[in-house]
Write a protein that binds this ligand. Sequence first.
Ligand code: 5GP
Length: 186
Amino acid sequence: MPLIFIVSGPGGVGKGTIVRDLVQRDPVLWLSRSWTTRAQRPGEPDDAYSFTSRQAFEERIESGGFLEWTEFLGNYYGTPTPEPVPGRNTVLEIEVDGARQVKALHPEAVLIFVLPPSRDEQARRLRGRGDPDDKVDQRVRKAEEEEPIGRALADHVVVNDDLERTISEMLQIIERHRRRAGQAAG
Ligand code: 5GP
């Protein structure tokens, strides 16, 4: 069974940067691209998501084409059912409701929950992304709800106080699980 690593955590914690770094450094990792009905942010890369309409998303739900999906602050987000890539480990960067669904289907999936060093730092990072103030407030409140749920579900909790340290801690966690699963290092 190919390993699945789930990287979850509240908004503004730096998950996107973390997973981009992880897949660059570890060629065995394969990052799944999510679907979303959220509008693309100014400056956001075209391949950050498969940006899609609500209708197309709902059709894919109907046809059973998602491993998990959720509605997050008024938009749909979902992981298309992955085709296992031989020799690779799947990485999912998703919020906690999706993480809960994947753990229910695949209890062996490894959930790494990332926390911000402080609420102030998290709010600062959210503002820095160019979201309007009301959206930032919504996301901060949502993050407060998500944190206890994520901590309870997590196999590992990592505080992202320093990106370099966070990445190396996560690479060690990944390596440990590979060894446990009898898979060689990438
Ligand atoms: P954002 O709008 O900031 O890109 O994403 C909002 C939240 O949705 C983030 O916590 C992000 O990790 C999460 N997310 C992104 N893709 C997926 C997905 O496919 N499924 C789920 N459940 N959450 C996702």
